[in-house]
Design a protein around this ligand. Structure first.
Ligand code: ASP
Length: 350
């Protein structure tokens, strides 16, 4: 039920949705917000109040940094009590990272924060922007019969599907259905009606909302490939001030058993580095006990990221390291869900 007294805050950060073509170069450039609203007069027909905040300058999401996440949390904190829900317009390229980061930074969230964007600019005839934006606004204003928000979590709405933000990945650079949530079912599907699957949506938290601002980005991703060079591995693992490495492994969390590689990992772990195992497969999870090639990693002290996306793993590490938890505490917290980003131990099939 859409709450007609709702106040929704629309935050425009940039992205294709509001871009226009540079007539000289032909490339897309960020444009101002009035361009967007003039192309969606329907926004004025939504029967609730919409307030807007525009990033200055608006950015292509490839330029997003932890500073922008902090800015978003500040905007949401400053406007939290005066608004019922939030819609963030964001470029698609790094939207899954921002959604994952916000899911950790907005603890005990009890209002919807819906990210959306578009694959085609708003001015194009076949644009997907209009549908994405209007439905995202409706979801942000939707309440159940008790008056509680239906989706009190950070999510991404794109091309008819609402996904949990920290389970989402951009999987297609061309198609309108750009996002996937491989390891968790969707939260809602929009057609003639918006159909929510409430079993998949986080319950309202009992504790008070808490806004977090510390993110530590001394993290690297090391993606394995057959023939990977020792010099490259060593230079990543020995990067000055590095605190964590995400090891992107094969299949169910497997890596070469060659001694120099295992020794380099053991040495990194001994030096205090957190090494988290994430599979290169889009779907499924890390099970290091399954093959000898995974057991070696386990023995070396590598932490299982189970079914985390890379986006969720990196932002969760930034969040936990930013909060100065000990290595032991981070190891424990990486394995359990903070906000539904990883399948719970007691729900895993293995
Ligand atoms: N490069 C754009 C961005 O992420 C792509 C998009 O918005 O879809 O900002």
């Amino acid at each position: 039920m859409i709450d007609s007294n709702a106040n929704i805050l629309l935050i425009y950060t940039g992205g294709t949705i509001g871009m226009v073509e540079n007539s000289e170069t032909g490339s897309l450039e960020a444009f101002n917000f009035s361009h967007l609203t003039s192309h969606i007069p329907e926004l004025q027909r939504l029967n609730f109040t919409i307030n807007t905040i525009v990033f200055d300058p608006v950015i292509d999401s490839s330029d997003v940094s932890t500073k922008h996440w902090v800015d978003l949390v500040k905007i949401i904190e400053d406007n939290y009590h005066s608004h019922d829900g939030f819609v963030i317009l964001h470029g698609t390229d790094t939207m899954a990272f921002t959604a994952s980061a916000l899911s950790f930074m907005l603890e005990n969230l009890n209002k919807p924060v819906v990210l959306t964007g578009a694959q085609l600019p708003i001015g194009k005839l076949r644009t997907d922007a209009k549908e994405n934006l209007i439905t995202a606004m409706e979801i942000a204003a939707d309440k159940d019969i008790t008056g509680s928000p239906i989706v009190p979590e950070v999510c991404i709405f794109f091309q008819n599907y609402l996904f949990r933000g920290n389970r989402t990945t951009k999987a297609n650079a061309d198609n309108f259905n750009a996002f996937r949530s491989y390891n968790y079912p969707y939260l809602a599907k929009s057609g003639i009606h918006i159909r929510y699957d409430r079993n998949n949506i986080l319950p309202l938290p009992e504790k008070k909302v808490k806004f977090h601002y510390q993110m530590d980005s001394h993290i690297a991703i090391l993606k394995l490939f057959p023939g990977i060079n020792k010099l490259v591995v060593d230079s990543v693992l020995q990067t000055k001030n590095l605190k964590a490495v995400i090891l992107e492994t094969y299949g169910s969390g497997n890596a070469p058993r060659i001694p120099w590689f295992i020794d380099a990992l053991k040495d990194a772990v001994k030096r205090g580095l957190l090494v988290v195992n994430i599979t290169q497969c889009a779907e499924g999870s890390v099970e290091m006990q399954r093959y000898e090639t995974g057991r070696e990693l386990l023995k070396a002290g590598v932490i299982s990221g189970f079914d985390l996306t890379v986006e969720a793993a990196i932002t969760k590490l930034m969040f936990l390291i930013g909060h100065r938890y000990s290595k032991e505490e981070i190891t424990v917290r990486m394995r359990v869900p903070l906000v539904g980003e990883i399948t719970r131990l007691d729900e895993r099939e293995i």
